[in-house]
Design a protein around this ligand. Structure first.
Ligand code: BGC
Length: 730
């Protein structure tokens, strides 16, 4: 449909019909206009698959069997793959299933920066680096939207904590906002051409993000040229006039008083009371409806040409398995205990509640009613078959602590209560709970120690659960819950060869036992195929290739948000660490970490050398510098290496991080194979945000290009003289 036709359609709508299109008329949907062939607009969560269905006007689950779906690895797991093709493939699967389930917009992916390891929703996001996020979100959006379904990147912007998420006011410099917190969104809009974006709950510089003119009108529409729908996080609107004027297109909330939503009847009252002139109000309403129709048109919702999608297709298993495999990060393998040998392990002891736990149903709005979920314990049975005896001991007692989402009362989602301000208090157990936990832990510990004596191998699978990695609350600290530190320490005393596997969506403080553990694996909430992918990796069918998308600090006390800024703050939170987020801080200020950004081991070894760079003369397409180097697999197994290229300004005229990631490539190599790799750096690899001119700028001068295995391990360096001053993606 042409723009003209869409305009004509708008002119045929009554005021009430228009209003019904710009606010929820159901928990997940707006109203359509049947007489003009405009369907309702149906949204659904979320980032790990298409959420189960609820009744239209309440948080009561429909409860039928049809809405079990594929459960995808969480976004932090996907980010750990550092694989653009997998981001595309999983996006494609998500979009296909969303469409197959009859949705128009999938409320995903989440791309907020991991400012602190304690953020409850880190598992829904893609780590700490704006470049990595940008590189993954674009193919993911493309994959989703190929299915005539809108993606909805969220939460725009600076939603970096759950504590007081509904009203905390974020104070951040313009430079940090532009360099750290916005690039993922900018890439999704400019390169991904995403159709939807969700406003965040919190405030930015005093105004709620869902009706923040600076974010929605100035940056998103005027600067970036966004043409799609801005949708509120549910219950994120607090003012009718601001929502009307400041760039919000669609209001969603968590309650059933739909006609009283801010962008419903209150708009009419505003006009009647003369608080806004009719002409302005009508023009704004029309603009919102135009954006919605524009997206409906893009998705073929108006012309009968729409693809129908499908879900739970047999072939999708392979994509999910591969994503899970590539997400697993091998953190330590000091004695080469891994991979374990199937033939030698006749009796295997598996300890830890996460070995036997399904994570899909937890986490908040990212919960999934999974078609199935292969746990690590099941995966180990599947991989080892009938010749190995597997003994399982829970090791620690995990009882659900009271987080707001855990309470699945009478079939109702915890989301019904999600507009109450969450607090971390729920993580503090009562004395009685603590006593019971201790008793059970003691019992389980003794049982595990006993079983450890005669096993050929011991695998520990612990970590966090969605009682901790969850929407609505942050963690209090990075410690392992349920007494796991003591359990791991005791087990390592009797079995120093124990393989420690941690399943979680965010970093963990391992200082209590890490010195004693030779073998350490980090696996995430890796989707329905996660357990088998882990078992394949532990027994050598798969060579690990995941790398951390975020720094693992030794403890949260070292984190820049705590040292230089504020976390969690009060009514207001000041981002005093500015641009020094994640490795930009640890690296520049030389702070020791547990594991650096980009870290991950393999069962083989790679050598990367001979970095050389050339400034390109022809700057069309913004291509700026060509970097070449050689990489060899010098081990005996095939595997994938991750080459990372960082840029460092040699004589910076303004404060800059020691180095910043500007290119990466995952390279698969057979044993003994050597390849020459070329990477192209675009102009913005050399820019920084200048608050005086309110724009990105690149200073002429000497820049070092660092070829690295991770943020702490630079293997080769070259230097260029760079004179271009105006590179920037337009
Ligand atoms: C979350 C969003 C989610 C929405 C809809 C909110 O609680 O913050 O991420 O998409 O609910 O369920």
């Amino acid at each position: 449909m042409t723009k003209e036709k869409l305009k004509e359609l708008v002119s045929q709508l009554t005021l009430q019909e228009k209003l019904d299109m710009i606010h929820g008329n159901g928990i997940f949907a707006t109203k359509g206009v049947e007489r003009l062939g405009i369907p309702p607009f149906i949204t659904s969560d979320g980032p790990r698959g298409v959420r189960k269905d609820f009744k239209n006007d309440s948080w009561t689950e429909i409860g039928f069997s049809y809405d079990s779906v594929s459960y995808l690895p969480c976004n932090s797991a996907l980010a750990a793959t550092w694989n653009r093709e997998l981001a595309y493939a999983t996006g494609k699967l998500l979009g296909k299933e969303a469409r197959g389930r009859g949705k128009d917009m999938i409320l995903a992916p989440g791309i907020n920066i991991m400012r602190t390891p304690l953020c409850g929703r880190s598992f829904e996001y893609m780590g700490e680096d704006p470049y990595l996020i940008s590189e993954l979100v674009v193919p993911m959006v493309h994959g989703i939207e190929e299915n005539d379904v809108s993606a909805c990147i969220k939460h725009f912007a600076v939603n970096n904590q759950e504590t007081r998420r509904l009203d905390v006011d974020v104070e951040v410099s313009e430079r940090a906002l532009r360099e750290i917190y916005l690039p993922g969104f900018e890439a999704a809009v400019k390169k991904g051409k995403v159709n939807g974006i969700m406003g965040a709950y919190n405030k930015l510089q005093g105004t709620h993000c869902c009706h923040n003119a600076y974010l929605l009108n100035e940056i998103l529409r005027m600067e970036w040229g966004f043409e799609g729908i801005t949708i509120s996080d549910r219950g994120g609107v607090h003012d009718t006039k601001e929502a009307l004027i400041n760039g919000l297109d669609m209001e969603m909330s968590a309650t059933d008083n739909f006609s009283e939503y801010y962008m419903a009847a209150p708009i009419l009252r505003l006009i009647e009371n003369g608080e806004i002139d009719k002409k302005t109000a009508y023009a704004k309403i029309d603009e919102k409806v135009r954006h919605i129709l524009h997206v409906m048109n893009n998705l073929h919702m108006l012309d009968g040409e729409r693809c129908c999608g499908s879900y739970n297709d047999y072939g999708d298993k392979a994509v999910l398995r591969q994503a899970a495999r590539e997400s697993i990060v091998l953190l330590k393998n000091e004695k080469n205990i891994l991979p374990l040998d199937k033939k030698k392990v006749k009796k295997l002891l598996v300890v830890g509640e996460n070995a036997n736990r399904q994570h899909a149903p937890g986490g908040g709005s990212a919960e999934i009613k999974a078609l199935y979920e292969i746990t690590p314990l099941m995966g180990l049975h599947m991989v080892l078959g009938g010749n190995t005896e597997i003994v399982y001991q829970p090791g620690y007692f995990n009882k659900d602590i009271g987080n707001i989402w855990a309470a699945d009362k009478d079939n109702q989602s915890g989301q019904a209560d999600s507009l109450a301000t969450a607090s971390a208090e729920a993580q503090k157990n009562t004395e009685e709970q603590k006593r019971y936990q201790q008793e059970m832990n003691e019992k389980y510990l003794q049982e595990a120690l006993e079983s450890a004596k005669d096993a050929d191998a011991v695998i520990y699978v612990g970590g966090l659960t969605h009682d901790y990695d969850t929407e609505g609350q942050d963690r209090i600290n990075m410690k392992l819950p349920y007494g796991q530190d003591r359990l791991i320490s005791e087990l390592l005393k009797v079995r120093p060869d124990m393989v420690v596997v941690l399943t979680a969506g965010s970093p963990i403080d391992m200082s209590a036992w890490i010195h004693a553990a030779d073998t350490l694996v980090f696996s995430w909430y890796a989707g329905m195929e996660g357990g088998i992918a882990l078992a394949e990796m532990l027994f050598g069918d798969v060579n690990p290739s995941g790398h951390l998308p975020e720094t693992f600090p030794i403890s949260e006390k070292n984190c820049p948000a705590v040292i230089l800024g504020e976390f969690p703050g009060g009514d207001r939170v000041h981002y005093g660490e500015d641009i020094y987020v994640g490795y930009r801080y640890y690296d520049t200020f030389d702070i020791e970490t547990a594991f650096p950004f980009g870290y991950g081991l393999s069962y083989t070894d790679f050598v990367m050398t001979g970095i050389r760079a050339e400034v390109l003369e022809d700057t069309t397409d913004n291509k700026c510098v060509k970097v070449d180097f050689d990489i060899s697999n010098i081990g005996r197994r095939a595997g994938a290496a991750l080459a990372q290229v960082y840029v460092a300004d040699k004589y910076p005229r303004v404060q800059k991080p020691a180095k910043e990631l500007k290119a990466f490539e995952k390279i698969y190599l057979e044993p003994g194979e050597t390849r020459e790799i070329t990477m192209i750096l675009e102009g913005d690899a050399f820019t920084y945000y200048d608050e005086t001119s309110h724009g990105f700028k690149a200073d002429a001068g000497s820049y070092m290009l660092l070829l690295a295995k991770n943020a702490d391990e630079v293997v080769d360096i070259t230097e260029i003289e760079f004179n271009c001053t105006s590179y920037r993606i337009s």
